[in-house]
Design a binder for this molecule. Structure first.
Ligand code: NAP
Ligand code: ZN
Length: 353
């Protein structure tokens, strides 16, 4: 066991503040990583504030952060894929049972015994729960460590580990390809990655935003059209026309307004995780055999596939790099949709604490 610096929150109403936490020494199959950058996902905010108390209650203190890039500083004796000095990345998962049908299919993201990067019971008993990436270093089983394509900017790569895979995976699953009309609802961290991937897959991309000032950016990011969703006339123009819509909104909103935009057999996938239930009108679905589904990050093989795809197509997130001392301010800005388009913490700033 060793001590390392981290930012922790002590309760649902506390700010994040500098602290010291315990990590395990690397076991045989572990990799120890010095964290260089960590993205700020809206899930970090939901978790710190215990907004998902019904589904995933928070144990305090919490160390959030699951968009991690860094450099390997130690490897266990049985580690084969990484060596000292390698760049490496960690997403939302740090362990799973490896034996269930989901794990066997490379879908560790649906394993009933998955261990999340933060706020999951710590099977090594170093601490009550796992601690995430707002920290100097992390120790992770090499099976959950990912390789970073060498051409990508590191700060812009961090968000790929959650925002990237969470948008890439459902679009692959639902067949987003050339000729498909695809909607992206909400232009935040997930949404802006959704736009980049949908564009790269060759689809016709329409962004739905509540923030008119994001219109130009949406087009620059790859959208063919932008709709300000509070404008009913603009929405109506697209009625019944979409093959697929990805909904990334973090708060309660009217899902029927988007279901009505789907064509026959169209699908809307929720990746946004508002704490309160959304109401669905049966007629929004039955009139055109539409479907509503959800998706949770992605498995480890697909996360590596996504990173390699990003390397090949030079895709990274548009980031605002901040020192960790500004993390509480960044959370408040996320709640106001004031993000362009992912905050990423430069972890060097933690060294001065
Ligand atoms: P984010 O950066 O804060 O973006 C969310 C966007 O949703 C905002 O920028 C805003 O876009 C829109 N929005 C926010 N409040 C709204 C409201 N009341 N009505 C309509 N639109 C609203 O958040 P994120 O990091 O992308 O995460 C989005 C959601 O996905 C969160 O709930 C997060 O927990 C969840 N998530 C799920 C998974 C998964 O595996 N399923 C993984 C990661 C995150 P506009 O300004 O364009 O309207
Ligand atoms: Zn996330």
């Amino acid at each position: 066991m060793y001590k390392t610096k981290a930012y922790t929150a002590a309760s649902a109403t506390s700010s994040l503040a500098s602290d010291t936490i315990a990590r395990r020494d690397p076991t045989e199959q572990d990799v120890q990583i010095e964290i260089l950058f960590c993205g700020i996902c809206h899930s970090d905010v939901h978790s710190v504030r215990n907004e998902w108390s019904e589904f995933l209650p928070t144990t305090y203190p919490i160390v959030p952060g699951h968009e991690i890039v860094g450099r390997v500083t130690k490897v266990g004796s049985a580690v084969t894929k990484y060596k000292l000095g390698d760049l490496a990345a960690i997403g939302c998962l740090v362990d799973s049972d490896g034996t269930c049908p989901n794990c066997k299919a490379g879908l560790e993201n649906f394993c009933p015994n998955q261990v999340l990067t933060f706020n999951s019971p710590d099977k090594h008993k170093t601490a009550p729960v796992t601690y995430g990436g707002y920290s100097d270093s992390i120790v992770v089983d090499e099976r959950f460590v990912l390789r970073i394509p060498p051409n990508l900017d590191l700060a812009g790569t961090a968000p790929l580990l959650c925002a990237g895979i969470t948008t890439y995976s459902p679009m692959r699953h639902w067949g987003v390809t050339e000729g498909k009309k695809v909607g992206i609802v909400g232009l935040g961290g997930l949404g802006h990655m959704g736009v980049k991937f949908a564009r790269a897959f060759g689809a016709h991309v329409v962004v739905f935003t509540t923030s008119p000032d994001k219109k130009e950016d949406a087009l620059r990011l790859g959208a063919d059209e932008v709709v300000v969703s509070r404008n009913a006339d603009e929405m109506q123009k697209h009625a019944g026309s979409f093959d697929f819509i990805l909904d990334t909104v973090s708060a309660k909103h009217d899902i029927n307004a988007y279901l009505n935009l789907l064509g026959r057999d169209g699908n809307i996938t929720l990746v946004g995780a508002p704490p309160k239930p959304l109401e669905v009108a049966a007629f929004s679905l039955i009139v055109a055999r539409r479907s509503l589904s959800g998706s949770n990050i992605g498995g480890i093989p697909e996360t590596q596939e996504m990173l390699d795809f990003c390397g090949k197509h030079n895709i990274t997130a548009d980031v605002e790099v901040i020192p960790i001392q500004k993390v509480n301010e960044a959370y408040n800005r996320l709640l106001k949709s004031d993000v362009k388009y992912r905050f990423v913490i430069d972890m060097a700033s933690l060294k001065s604490e």
